[in-house]
Design a protein around this ligand. Structure first.
Ligand code: SAH
Length: 470
């Protein structure tokens, strides 16, 4: 497995200082699973390339292996791709031999650390589950342009098709420490496998090396999931921390963004109308035990508490901060016992199956779905409609067709900066009908706010009821 890093920054030999490895020498480092050799195939004032050649010893991998040996065929621990491909071994090697550079330290020339320079990284034999689209989705948002070559399984048998192995060249103007951190995190993510068990230590590494970029990466969830080997409890709490780290002052920003949305909507008292519409839809369904998913700061929860028909109320949100604000707004600490017992706030994500959500009469999601990544909607649908499967579901979301009516909203702009999409009525209805058909619900639609001919109302609501025959 070979990683090369090239710069055309002048003088290009600064790369040697940054990597703390002298360009004139070949150096070899022992690692628990083999050896890493560092050398410079090209050294000049205008272009300099450093190479890390990783020589993984298959016997050492087996000896060091912790935990069960996996469930594939008996020889798999000896016969596998690990010695030849870029995987989490590469990350360990990067941290081991380029540790100072990865952590943004440069003893002799500290000013180089923060310098963004033209860099090119080439990884030979990078296994990539999900192929080129995933490669692009992971690296392009970080500012790289990619050139990608996919290998066929066997050149002599072209009918066997393509393999999952690639040679990838990344090109971008980056700090070297950022490039190394991107590779450190994303190489094992692409591989979607790790040679060791993941635990809290891995969470700490992910948060540390992802610190400057992960929280606002559009594939943050995919990266976190794969990096933590899909271990839900770790992924969940990490995503929560990332959501908060994304924002230096989450309380202030959340409040400001909500305010922006509120200013846009204030002229029609839309927020109030929406809450009332949801509340009456919940009552019409005859719901007593209800979920408010993506409850935010608890405006709906506070109305639910005031209505004695709702005997059990659960507010869930992915953001710890918002839940704290909700607890304060609802003055949970001061509620008399009987009231207090009616309401629970839980932290959780709509993107993970959650036993705590099963068996309710109804779930409300007001202005939440548009905060989810469109590529994750199918996961959310299963979590809610298949696994939690409340008897009724009430969803509200902006109607994009109405946006041109808002004074102060830039053409084509969304109402809230965190929105990942805003749907037209036809789009929302098509989605909702598809979900209803698939999971055995019926759905009807209602406008909320002034219904303008040709564009509809500012908010659209879908009310799903479990079909009788389900
Ligand atoms: N329902 C509230 C808040 C809407 S803002 C209201 O109408 O006022 C959207 C909320 O969804 C935020 O509080 C956000 O933290 C939450 N959210 C975003 N992604 C989520 C996810 N994956 N799981 C649970 N909540 C999520």
């Amino acid at each position: 497995m070979l990683l090369t890093i090239t710069t055309t920054h002048i003088p290009a030999t600064d790369l040697g200082y940054l990597l703390h490895k002298h360009p004139a020498r070949v150096q070899t480092f022992a690692l628990s699973f083999g050896q890493a050799h560092i050398f410079y195939p090209q050294v000049g004032p205008e272009c300099c390339t450093a190479a890390l050649l990783l020589d993984v010893d298959p016997i050492k991998i087996v000896r060091n292996r912790r935990g069960p040996a996996g469930n594939a065929f008996a020889l798999q621990q000896y016969v596998n791709d690990r010695p030849y491909v870029a995987s989490s071994f590469l990350s360990v090697a990067i941290a081991g031999v380029f540790g100072s550079a990865l952590n943004g330290k440069c003893k002799d020339h500290p000013h180089l650390v923060d310098l963004r320079m033209p860099l090119q990284a080439k990884v030979i034999a990078l296994p990539c589950r999900g192929g080129e689209p995933i490669l692009r989705r992971l690296f392009e948002p970080l500012g790289y342009s990619l050139s990608v070559k996919r290998y066929t399984l066997d050149e002599q048998f072209s009918e066997w098709g393509d393999s999952d192995y690639f040679t990838v060249e990344l090109q971008g103007t980056q700090r070297l420490s950022d490039l190394l951190a991107h590779l450190y995190v994303l190489v094992p993510v692409l591989d979607d496998d790790k040679h060791y068990w993941v635990g809290d230590e891995e969470v700490a590494k992910l948060l540390h090396y992802g610190e400057s970029w992960l929280a606002h990466h559009p594939e943050c969830e995919l990266i976190t999931e794969r990096y933590l080997k899909h271990q839900r409890h770790l992924v969940n709490s990490t995503l929560m921390q990332l959501a908060e780290e994304d924002d230096p002052d989450p309380e202030e920003t959340a409040a400001r963004r909500d305010e922006e949305e509120a200013v846009v909507e204030i002229s029609v008292g839309l927020h109030r109308q929406r809450l009332e519409a949801v509340l009456s839809a919940l009552s019409e369904c005859g719901a007593a035990r209800v979920l408010d998913l993506g409850c935010g700061e608890g405006k709906l929860l506070s109305l639910l508490l005031q209505d004695g028909h709702f005997t059990e109320i659960v507010g869930m949100d992915v953001s710890h901060q918002r839940l704290k604000n909700a607890a304060a707004r609802l003055r949970l600490d001061e509620l008399p016992d009987r009231q207090r017992r009616r309401i629970t706030l839980i932290q959780g994500s709509l993107l993970y199956r959650d036993k705590r959500l099963a068996g309710y009469d109804a779930a409300a999601l007001t202005e939440v779905i548009e905060h989810l990544e469109p590529s994750r909607l199918d996961v959310f649908e299963r979590v809610l409609f298949e696994f939690a499967h409340p008897a009724s579901v009430i969803v509200t979301t902006p109607n994009r067709e109405y946006n041109a009516q808002w004074p102060g909203l830039a053409a084509g702009g969304f109402r809230h900066r965190d929105h990942r999409f805003e749907w037209t009525r036809a789009e929302f209805q098509a989605w909702a009908q598809h979900v209803a058909d698939r999971y055995n619900y019926t759905v009807r639609f209602m406008p909320i706010g002034a219904d303008v001919p040709g564009v509809g109302a500012p908010t659209q609501m879908g009310v799903f009821n479990e079909s009788d025959h389900s």
